[in-house]
Design a protein around this ligand. Structure first.
Ligand code: ING
Length: 316
């Protein structure tokens, strides 16, 4: 029996700095309606979907910074998206900048929520791998100040039973770290959903711009194949507030194959029918962790030679 899930990866074009949240929500509702008409069970929106990716510029005024955060989810401004999901009977994933008061202090995270077809929140994730810097970088064409504006996520890599399978989330830079996929796979994830804001130009490695799209798909395909998991990754694409971002929104099968991908840098719905049972077939064969994976043997060599030194290498 196949557990088929029709997923809409809702790539988003740029969000202009003066675009009100209500206008962005209208764009998301339009993409959600397209998906519902096409029979989608789940719509995946991108990272920090409601505002421009503000870590790309330096701010010091706290009220200016906090205007980019959601102080509650849903809020009166985002509630229409939740209401439309319930009306259409479609679940969704949404990335947003989260501002919360916890343990007597204000905390800010790069977060995402998974929402059921009834419009109720199933789970939340907070981005763990924050790239970039915690202070202004002089001389750069744009910044990446996620370490300045966000705290490291404190929820780990949870998974939830939802949409007929087991679902997990990660966010953007998490996809470049194999541990993100492995932790979710070890917790049973059959589907991983995420958004990303990825500039073409990486100021930290200026010679890599032509590889931005390749490294995006490489990370996603490797993670999907090496963990036998469906991966849906959604871009905020195009030139947003002067920063050119890659598109490449795609759905990757547990075999590592890209089964659907975006062709534009604008709002574009990419649809794929995903058989969640394919993950189980692969995990009973090549990727059978119990039968083939031997973590108790991985560090035998390094224990003999000292961690990180080649076998027979001279101890310092
Ligand atoms: N953006 C980028 C990403 O990981 C980046 C940051 C770009 C890191 C290019 C390394 C190379 O896709 C976010 N938001 O994490």
């Amino acid at each position: 029996m196949s557990r088929l899930l029709t997923i809409g990866a809702a790539q988003q074009g740029p969000v202009a700095g003066d675009m009100p949240r209500s206008a962005v929500i209208e764009r998301l509702i339009d993409l959600m309606r397209q998906g519902a008409e096409a029979g989608c069970d789940l719509i995946v929106f991108t990272e920090v979907a409601l505002v421009p990716f503000f870590p790309h510029w330096h701010m010091t005024d706290e009220s200016q910074i906090d205007a980019y955060f959601e102080h509650e989810m849903p809020s009166p401004e985002t509630q229409p998206l939740f209401d439309e999901a319930a009306r259409l009977g479609v679940g969704f994933h949404l990335g947003f900048a989260e501002l919360t008061a916890e343990e007597g202090e204000i905390r800010r995270y790069n977060s995402s929520v998974l929402v059921g077809a009834d419009g109720r929140i199933i789970g939340k994730y907070r981005k763990i791998h924050l790239p970039g810097y915690d202070r202004y970088q002089p001389g750069q064409p744009f910044q990446n100040l996620e370490k300045l504006y966000f705290r490291v996520g404190d929820l780990g890599f949870p998974t939830w039973r939802a949409f007929g399978g087991t679902v997990g989330m990660m966010i953007c830079n998490d996809r470049r770290w194999p541990e993100s996929y492995r932790m979710l796979a070890l917790r049973g994830a059959e589907l991983i959903v995420m958004g990303y804001n990825t500039p073409v130009h990486n100021p930290a490695n200026p010679a890599s711009g032509h590889l931005a799209g390749f490294h995006n798909h490489l990370s996603l395909q490797a993670g999907a194949y090496q963990n036998a998991v469906w991966v849906v990754a959604v871009a905020k694409a195009g030139v947003e507030e002067g920063v050119e971002q890659i598109g490449g929104t795609c759905v990757v099968a547990p075999t590592g194959q890209i089964v659907a991908q975006a062709t534009t840098l604008e709002d574009e719905l990419v649809i794929a029918r995903c058989d969640l049972d394919l993950t189980q077939r692969l995990r009973r064969a090549t990727l059978n962790f119990a039968a083939h994976r031997r973590i108790e043997h991985y560090d035998l060599i390094s224990r003999r030679t000292g961690f990180g030194t080649p076998e027979g290498g001279d101890e310092d």
